[in-house]
Design a protein around this ligand. Structure first.
Ligand code: HAM
Length: 429
């Protein structure tokens, strides 16, 4: 049997990993500036956590979870998302009692047994943020502004914010009754999945891809028409603040999201360029919203919360299309000779690295010309051979690899001055 990565789970190789690192470093810096701190939870959780939060009658829990029994006979699940694990940790560590407001972010792999296509994988990566402790619309808008800033800093174009509200507990019953009455005449034509949704989680029907339901979905009542006063005022405030921050959006009455824990604000950022869409139909690069009851429903205190998660695989795919990832080369590549000075050359490489410089060499040694070729190939800026003469004179002839072939440039630099010289060159790079 030929060994291969599990279907839907990708190896990430250089040079693409450099782009991942760039995205992750940008996230850490930006999220930090917004006052969000990193949380890391385990990759597996008790299955019940997702059943009770994401919801039993959802695609994620119903069809897509990697669930198995461990050796202690417990049902555990590879996390399909990060909100429920973060809420579980927030409750377990009593964080809500220790501080009134908590803002966390996380970054890591999630797992869903989904039908694969461009931008949709079975192991994928999310960058998420969750804020616990306030119902204030300023918190919703801060999170949306954070996503918008992230895309701006990374240079991701053509992303549109879609916005909706699902109201709260007092909105739901009237809306669900209207939705049920709307779909009732179609029950006989529904698949078993859709029938189950109709009975137990009617809002999920709005996500259904079944052909027989599309017309009814398009004509279905919208939750915004059923909002109670509180939810309506909350949504108005969210919209007023978005306008104040000049964050454009489209109102999307059908945006119900695929997870059950949402209340009030829901949003998605969708990549929709004028021409070809590199993400195909997997254009949603971020999804989120409020979930004011989840912490309490999972056994914690009454803590309203709001958050989002971005699909990093999709983001990296887009960035790759915009600019090919480039390997960053060493500042100096040292060529070595067979002989007693080779050890000194290696010691010099290590010393310069300890001094903070990106310096490389070819551990295979060999002809100096070949080593210089290798230096060019890995994108080094300077090359210098270190053999008996250089050792005796304590001086290297440093070639500038960026100089044109017919006008070579080199400089003699003493071993003592080399680290300082590199520092200067690094600044002008
Ligand atoms: P979600 O909409 O299920 O929300 O996922 C968020 C994002 O993860 C999606 O918009 C998409 O970019 C990415 N994503 C989801 N599934 C895949 C996949 N199979 N392959 C590649 N990317 C994928 C949540 O997970 C919520 N926990 C978000 C949230 C946080 N809501 C409140 N706080």
């Amino acid at each position: 049997m030929k060994l291969q990565a599990v279907k839907g789970m990708n190896d990430l190789l250089p040079p693409a990993t450099a782009l991942w690192q760039h995205v992750e470093a940008t996230a850490r810096a930006l999220f930090g500036r917004y006052g969000f701190q990193e949380v890391r939870t385990p990759m597996v959780e008790a299955t019940e956590l997702f059943v009770r939060s994401v919801g039993e009658v959802t695609d994620i829990v119903g069809k897509e979870m990697y669930t198995f029994t461990d050796k202690g006979d417990r049902s555990i699940t590879l996390r399909p998302e990060g909100t429920a694990p973060a809420a579980r940790a927030y409750i377990e560590h009593n964080v809500g009692n220790l501080e009134p407001l908590t803002r966390w972010f996380y970054l890591g792999p999630m797992f869903r047994y989904e039908r694969m296509k461009t931008g949709r994988y079975r192991q994928f990566h999310q960058l998420g943020a969750e804020a616990y402790g306030t119902l204030d619309p300023a918190q919703d808008v801060e999170l949306i502004a954070l996503v918008a800033a992230f895309f701006r800093v990374l240079g991701v174009p053509d992303v549109t914010l879609h916005l909706n509200t699902l109201g709260d507990g007092s909105t739901r019953p009237a809306y669900l009754a209207a939705l049920k009455a709307h779909f009732e005449p179609l029950v006989a034509q529904m698949s078993d999945d859709a029938k189950l949704a109709f009975e137990r989680n009617t809002m999920r029907l709005l996500d259904s891809k079944e052909a027989a339901l599309q017309e009814a979905i398009a004509a279905a009542p919208a939750i915004v028409d059923f909002l109670d006063e509180g939810s309506k005022a909350h949504f108005d405030d969210v919209r007023r603040l978005l306008a104040k921050l000049e964050l454009p959006y489209v109102l999307d009455r059908r945006l119900v999201r695929g997870l059950d824990y949402y209340t009030r604000t829901t949003f998605e950022f969708v990549y929709a360029p004028a021409g070809d869409n590199a993400l195909g139909t997997a254009g949603t690069v971020c999804g989120g919203g409020r979930y004011d009851r989840l912490v309490h429903d999972l056994g914690g205190p009454e803590k309203p919360a709001v958050g989002f998660a971005m699909g990093l695989d999709r983001l990296v795919l887009l960035l790759e299309k915009l600019r090919a990832p480039k390997r960053e080369g060493p500042l100096l590549f040292i060529g070595t000779f067979d002989g007693p000075e080779r050890d000194d050359a290696l010691a010099l490489v290590m010393r310069l690295r300890d001094a903070g410089h990106f310096v490389d060499f070819d551990p295979r040694g060999g002809k100096l010309g070949k080593q210089k070729e290798r230096a060019s190939k890995v994108g080094a800026r300077f090359f210098a051979g270190y053999g008996g003469d250089e050792h005796a004179s304590r001086t290297l002839k440093v070639d500038d690899l960026s100089a044109p072939k017919d006008a070579p440039r080199s400089e003699h630099v003493s071993l003592e001055a080399l680290a300082g010289w590199l520092s200067k060159e690094a600044q002008t790079a």
